[in-house]
Design a binder for this molecule. Structure first.
Ligand SMILES: [Zn+2]
Length: 438
């Protein structure tokens, strides 16, 4: 299957790529009437231009043939110019082979065991650090509940030792983003190497795009035997040992103290010592549950407290006055995060938190092309711009062209309603990890 509609021109006119010229003309006339700013009220100028542009190309035999031909590398690189390489969510450095990972962290007290995972897009180094941190706090605070906490503690540490839980679908998205971004930057070797890993991706669109990129580059002389990526993610035995030792440290320590107590005459003193071991631990566990305890983190905020309805979680630049306004209605049962992103680079512009059955507004949005995404959840993850328990995220299908301030038309107001389970036409699926990115 070829990209028969790479820029969505046929889709814009609502016809199939096999449509004949008459069908195209009819579709254009009908849509133009519906969207032309002079004849239709409330129509979007952007919509009209999209339709007009599509018609201009598809009604010209030569232009249409050019469009229908294979998506060439130059076209592709040009259209990828706004795509940026993925950055590690912790150190914020560009990482060529990122992974979307979850590290398990267990806190337990008496009869309760809490799972507070860390989820993010990581470079190898930060993944290593984060996994050891998660195992370390689990080894300290995970054991202390009956009956299941010890089992959960060991399982969490074992998972961290194996490099965390991967979200493979999100990883494909991230690698494909990188492959295109590097192509656009002219780093074709890296782009090619990443694309070769994606030719059998589970997402058919990514697999198809990657195959075309690989074919194109090989036609230009890229040699698969010369361009190979090192795998920075191989599990290092020494690192896995660290986790094992962390898991063993408390049982061995306590066993040692107990053994000493049994063998020693100074039983009382030994008991005091063992109490000294556990008391501060329990205090810190309580603090951790309240959220006071957080290991040192240079780039992310701690967000244990639920934000207010309408609280802005993120804003890339100071608000623009007057600026455009995006108002949102959340008439669902769940708390939501709504994100405004740049339509092309997918960079986060602003994010707002919403209570169930509440409305909120993001004001002071500068001119630009935007898409709006949202997700539901109950636990904010580190960095406070996403949920750690979100299972699905969505994007409204329309790209919004907010250009009017510079043109003197004044700010615009857009309105959205969140849907708890949108259907295919109402929203596009977004991987939760992608939603979580800044
Ligand atoms: Zn990093």
């Amino acid at each position: 299957m070829r990209h028969s509609d790479p820029e969505g021109l046929y889709r814009a006119l609502g016809v199939s790529p096999a449509a004949d010229p008459d069908e195209i003309k009819l579709a254009y006339r009908r849509l133009a009437k519906q969207t032309h700013p002079d004849t239709a009220t409330g129509a979007s100028e952007f919509q009209f231009h999209k339709i007009y542009n599509a018609y201009k190309i598809l009604s010209d035999d030569e232009a249409r043939a050019r469009y229908d031909r294979r998506f060439t590398l130059e076209d592709a690189e040009h259209s990828w110019l706004g795509i940026h390489p993925v950055k590690c969510s912790r150190c914020a450095k560009v990482t060529a082979q990122p992974r979307a990972l979850t590290f398990d962290r267990i806190f337990s007290i008496l009869f309760f065991s809490f799972h507070r995972p860390t989820t993010g897009v990581f470079c190898t180094r930060c993944a290593q650090t984060e996994s050891v941190r998660a195992s370390f706090s689990t080894a300290l605070f995970g054991w202390w509940a009956v009956p299941s906490a010890p089992f959960r503690t060991l399982r969490a540490i074992a998972r961290n030792a194996m490099g965390g839980t991967r979200d493979r679908e999100a990883e494909e998205d991230l690698l494909w983003q990188n492959s295109r971004a590097f192509a656009a930057q002219g780093n074709r070797k890296l782009s090619y190497a990443l694309a070769t890993k994606l030719t059998d991706a589970s997402d058919p669109e990514i697999a198809e795009g990657a195959r075309e990129l690989v074919e194109d580059m090989e036609a230009r002389g890229a040699n698969p035997r010369k361009i190979k990526l090192k795998d920075p993610w191989r599990i290092k035995p020494l690192a896995a040992m660290t986790h094992l030792m962390l898991a063993a440290i408390l049982p061995v320590g306590i066993g040692g103290v107990a053994l000493q107590a049994m063998q020693s005459d100074e039983v009382v003193e030994a008991r005091t010592r063992s109490v000294e071991v556990s008391v501060p631990a329990v205090n810190t566990v309580a603090a951790a549950i309240q959220g006071d305890y957080e290991p040192r983190k240079p780039t992310v905020r701690n967000c244990w407290k639920e934000p207010e309805n309408g609280e802005v979680l993120y804003r890339i630049n100071p608000r623009v006055a007057p600026g455009h306004e995006i108002s949102i209605m959340n008439d669902t049962q769940q708390a939501a995060i709504v994100k405004v992103r740049s339509a092309f680079s997918k960079r986060l512009i602003a994010a707002v938190y919403m209570y169930p059955h509440a409305s909120a507004a993001l004001k002071g949005i500068p001119d630009g092309y935007y898409v709006v995404q949202y997700a539901f959840g109950s636990i904010l993850s580190q960095g406070c711009v996403t949920f750690s328990d979100t299972t699905a995220a969505w994007q409204f299908p329309d790209t919004q062209n907010l250009r009017s301030i510079a043109e003197g038309d004044g700010p615009r107001q857009l309105q959205y309603s969140l849907m708890s389970a949108p259907s295919a036409g109402e929203a596009i699926d977004v991987a939760p990890v992608i939603f979580g990115q800044n």
